[in-house]
Design a protein around this ligand. Structure first.
Ligand SMILES: [Zn+2]
Length: 90
């Protein structure tokens, strides 16, 4: 099984986050976060168009959950600057 770093690297070989969009690294087509529920529209003939990943935002979400679930303890400041959010491994 791929390490989590390999999984993240695999995603970033095909996709790039630019502002509020995901951009295909091969054809430079982009998709806004607000269109995450739509299949990604590559340029005609893009090699990544044959990829199994049709919803790159969902794939990013899946990978992000893997990253967090494999981390030991996550400490984030609360929105009000008090306390910490502790999270155990799943
Ligand atoms: Zn493409």
């Amino acid at each position: 099984m791929d390490s989590i770093n390999q999984v993240v690297s695999g995603w970033s070989r095909s996709w790039v986050l630019v502002g509020h969009t995901i951009v295909c690294g091969a054809c430079m087509a982009s998709q806004a976060a607000s269109d995450a529920n739509l299949p990604f529209a590559h340029a005609h003939g893009c090699r990544e168009g044959q990829s199994d990943i049709k919803y790159p935002w969902y794939e990013l979400d899946r990978i992000s959950h893997l990253v967090v679930s494999r981390s030991n303890v996550l400490h984030l400041p609360s929105r009000h600057g008090k306390g910490k959010l502790g999270r155990s491994p799943v």
